[in-house]
Design a protein. Sequence first.
Length: 485
Amino acid sequence: MSSRTAAAFPQGRYSRPSPLDDSLRIVTFTDEDGGSWSFDFTDPAGSAGLINDLVEAVVAGCSPGGRWRTRMTVEAAASMARQLVLYLTAEYPEVTSVAGISPEVWWAWRKSREEASRWPGSVNLARCLLAESPRLPDTTRRALRARASKPRKRLPENDAYSRAEFTRIQTAAKAQIRKASARIANNLQALNRFHETGEPGVFVASDRRGVRWTSGSLLEYLSRHGAMPAMHVARKAVSKCALDLQGVTNPAQALFPSILEIYCLMVLLTCERGFNLSVMNNLTAGSFTSSDPVAEESVHTVEIDKPRRGSKRHSAEILTGEAGKVWDTAVRITQPCRDTLQVLGTPSDKLLIAHRFKNMRKGGPFRSDWIFAGIGDHTMEPFGLLANDGSPLSVSLRRLRLSEQVLNQRARQNSDSVSEDVYRQRDSSAPDIAAETIIEGQQDAFDHAQATVSVRALTAAEVAEARHDPKPRSTDEIGSGRVSE
């Protein structure tokens, strides 16, 4: 029997590796999904002490258990640190560290921001960033407690869309999704025929190696690689109309939705359920599905992840009716993306995945991160939508989320009080909606009174008769609601 030797434990206590490379001022952040991102602070020009203090504040906020847990929030904090360095270097060069930021300096910076924008996002973000630094003076820390609030009245361009504008946006998005659904279904059908019967389809071209490409073999190659085999083969496929390309121009998107089409899906999800961008970015294709016993329509229970809600970030949303149909369509047209990613060895369960035919060497043929690159605004400009006054109608997911709550008068992924105070009351349409509600309430009260109380005029003889014996008049005629002249 051999003797056993206990394993030797490492000497000293374990400590996490530092996310900051002090020599290079590079912060490495690892998100909750294991993704790693680097933020470089070597470029800002300013006091080394000030930059180091702000970088340490960013590190404190994005460390495990910190306030910033996603790439989006850390990116915003890093950007704010750079902005503070630029401002303080230009306006207060004597401030060489966070310890030198006095209440007067803070209020001056805050005033400059509020003059540029009525929205308090940057002010509140700077508050959070500076609060992470242990070197911030106590007097300044107390000044930070005066939080900036959202304006009671929004600028016109930030108000909710009208009902007509909201409908036009929704209709345009549905039309684009119908094209995508038909295109992908038709090409998948051709691919299945190629797999099952070997039907080659239309001859497209031969490449330099002598390989003969047909529409069937091109679709098969595309489904495995997410790209066309060669540029000239792709051009021939377009010129010969070998593939169904309705809604797109690039043949590499024959089986996959484009970025514009995924944006249209976001528009529909926002219009139906008021999802914001961070929620949609975290949606996965899996859901608990059941059937409505009456309509036999799919009912989806979808897990919602809203990171900024902290411990209450996870919830469930039930999608039925039009919302359920949008979900079914989203899963169906993005499934080829997930299938190809599985073949490529990079599986994903994200719901919203698009094919991109540009910058494929950098990020591969598919995109599933929508927080960056300004996806939230103006992506539907190619549709030429018009506002009620005839001007070009820009589309913003933020305005759509606001509009869904204003027009439908209900909370979405927020409390009733927040929806009422922050979303609905501050909208310019609130007085008109309130007037309509008051008039409807008055009409309902009047109709109810007419239905329950009838006024009857009696002649002198009937009054005398009623005084002698009031019971017949009170129970039979007055109660029946009959009116006599």
